[in-house]
Design a protein around this ligand. Structure first.
Ligand code: SPV
Ligand code: MN
Length: 626
């Protein structure tokens, strides 16, 4: 061990904390902790083990520091992020790139030397007067080929507390692996706080060094910018996966229940605010994870684990009817952190779309709030933020899978991709094969922008695999890696595209929220060859009779042929426009795109043109039955 680092630690850490840290026999870890103590100058350091006592200390610290406040229901707390710190800050999230490296226009990068200089300047003395919490976690189940250790330094007890709900403890694992441990490293500081929220928003930076496996996050509290094990180490993991032949995807993992008590596992990639969490928590199915999956191949099959063990879910629209499982968990004495919702005088909370009436007043992310309050630009401030969230451990949910910690993962039979698409994709379709799926479903995924990132809402944007925000390698290379992943296995997962947001010409949604239950059952039966499908130019779609039966059996709903035609009519021009948009984007913005993308797009275009010549612009599904 280098004496200089030990000296820094001895001077700053109380004996018991020094012992806890040095009980992990890893000189990289010692250097990392010491280096950032030296830079950030915290008042003291808390080395947090996996013990209940330490975790309790973190909970209490969040309250004591004023970052969380207790609510009326036992175990519930509320946290606010600053008014301008309510979502992932895409503009200030940048990869640190060595000189001369350009990953293409989609990958937001900054010269590494320059970026490191800047972030180190911002982080100099940033923790003065505060406690630095040192946290150890394991991404994926412990003692598994999927496991990835991570250490996070943070001066926010709210962040440290959230991590406990979301990730598996890793201190013992670090100890066990000692000098052999390879791990991701995150340094976070909320910076100076004012009324409990980060004050220096102008100096908010999230810099990611994929070469070293280090992430820096400063002057922010919002989870997407600060929970190092979430989207920050996801970027590091995608890079690692790309070098090692596995995948890290923005996907839920869930078990869909089929005939004869069969459970079939699916992963699903959806951009933020597009129904990923609500799909994975549907009644009658089981959830393994709702946000990030690691996928590996074994014995010719694909296996997935949930990287996390908790949920940082969007709360807007959660109500007793549409999301009964989450609703139940949120109304019980569970350990839950609500963020950026409205706090009422009686210690309860309100959010947009909750069952109850909208209250007249309360406290929200803008401070004291009354109905009709406006910001300085005259825009109305909603009761809770659209991106307000809840954080809980998945074990609070009644449908959590027994497989969640299985170190081997679950065998995945289907990949689902879905975006927010008001006018093109049918509600569900199956790709012809793996390549067709990766290209014309996954790589062509577009979504209309939402409140989950800063900026204007409602603009359609290409979001391949719903992973665009997190890809640290050239986009074309990432597409190729996805293609390769399924190519050398005999039965790769079936690939499906779904769209919960299709509208008619008047702008009305053509599906109910619960219809997604039907699509899941249909996909499950397709995987097992129990239902037929109709070949269209863009993939395979359900046969009316199967949907009629499923709607009747599952939802007790009369599903008419008109419903079917409205939902599954192939909108030829819209599809052609989309393909054109997507191809142009790859051509102009992703120079390393594999040729096969353009070939498959050209084939699909040709099939659509031929169908149009025969049947016109809007083709009812029955036309494709020969
Ligand atoms: C998402 O926005 O996709 C999330 C939440 O899952 S965040 O942590 O902000 O990424
Ligand atoms: Mn997500």
């Amino acid at each position: 061990m280098n004496e200089k680092w030990l000296e820094i630690l001895r001077n700053k850490l109380q004996d018991n904390h020094y012992t806890k840290l040095l009980d992990i026999d890893n000189h990289h870890l010692v250097q990392f902790v010491a280096e950032y103590i030296e830079l950030c100058k915290p008042a003291d350091v808390y080395i947090c083990t996996d013990s209940q006592e330490d975790l309790q200390y973190i909970r209490e610290s969040a309250i004591r520091n004023g970052e969380e406040e207790k609510l009326a229901i036992e175990g519930h707390t509320i946290h606010f992020d600053g008014y301008h710190d309510q979502a992932r800050d895409k503009a200030h999230t940048q990869f640190l790139l060595p000189k001369g490296v350009d990953l293409g226009p989609y990958i937001n990068g900054i010269d590494k030397e320059e970026g490191l200089k800047e972030i180190k300047k911002i982080m100099k003395n940033i923790m003065v007067g505060k406690t630095l919490y040192v946290r150890f976690f394991c991404l994926g189940p412990t003692r598994s080929e999927f496991s990835m250790l991570t250490v996070q330094l943070t001066d926010s007890a709210y962040v440290a507390h959230s991590l406990d709900l979301l990730y598996r403890q890793g201190y013992e694992e670090f100890k066990r692996q000692g000098e052999k441990a390879k791990f991701f490293r995150i340094v976070h500081s909320a910076g100076e706080l004012e009324n409990g929220v980060s004050k220096n928003v102008a100096d908010r930076r999230i810099y990611i060094d994929t070469e070293e496996g280090v992430v820096f996050s400063a002057n922010t509290q919002y989870g997407g910018n600060t929970l190092g094990l979430k989207k920050l180490s996801m970027r590091l993991a995608i890079k690692r996966a790309s070098e090692e032949g596995w995948l890290c995807e923005h996907m839920f993992v869930m078990g869909v229940h089929g005939n004869h008590e069969r459970i079939t596992y699916f992963t699903g990639a959806f951009p933020s605010l597009c129904g990923k969490t609500s799909t994975s928590t549907l009644v009658g199915e089981t959830i393994v994870g709702d946000d990030i999956a690691y996928l590996r191949k074994r014995d010719g099959k694909v296996y997935a684990v949930n990287v996390e063990k908790g949920m940082f879910g969007i709360i807007m629209g959660v109500n007793s009817k549409d999301d009964p499982i989450i609703w139940e968990a949120l109304n019980k004495p569970n350990e839950i952190i609500f963020s950026n919702v409205l706090k009422l005088e009686d210690g309860s909370v309100y959010w947009i779309g909750k069952d109850s009436e909208i209250p007249e007043k309360g406290v929200n992310y803008s401070g004291e709030w009354t109905l009709g309050k406006r910001d300085e630009k005259g825009n109305e401030i909603t009761s809770s933020h659209k991106n307000a969230r809840f954080t809980l451990d998945l074990k609070c949910l009644e449908n959590v899978s027994a497989e969640i910690d299985n170190p081997f993962g679950v065998h995945v039979s289907g990949f689902i991709y879905g975006g927010r698409d008001s006018n093109t994709w049918v509600p569900v379709r199956e790709a012809f094969d793996w390549k067709h799926g990766i290209i014309s479903v996954a790589s062509a995924l577009e979504s209309e922008t939402t409140a989950a990132t800063l900026g204007r809402e409602g603009v359609p944007k290409l979001n391949p695999m719903s992973n665009l925000d997190f890809i640290p390698i050239p986009l074309g290379q990432y597409i190729q890696i996805n293609l390769d992943f399924g190519c050398d296995i005999e039965n790769p997962p079936h690939i499906f595209g779904v769209n919960y947001f299709l509208q008619d010409k008047k702008g009305n949604f053509v599906n109910d929220r619960m219809d997604k239950r039907i699509w899941l059952k249909w996909m499950e039966q397709r995987v097992h060859g129990e239902v037929e499908a109709i070949d269209t130019p863009v993939g395979r779609i359900p046969v009316y009779q199967d949907l009629k039966r499923l709607f009747h059996d599952l939802l007790g709903k009369e599903y008419t042929e008109e419903d079917y035609v409205q939902q599954f009519t192939i909108r030829v021009n819209e599809f052609l426009n989309k393909i054109h948009r997507v191809v142009e984007t790859y051509k102009t913005k992703a120079p390393t795109t594999p040729d096969i993308l353009f070939e498959i797009a050209a084939e699909e275009t040709q099939r659509l043109n031929e169908a149009r010549a025969q049947f016109g612009d809007y083709i009812a599904p029955q036309k494709f039955i020969y």
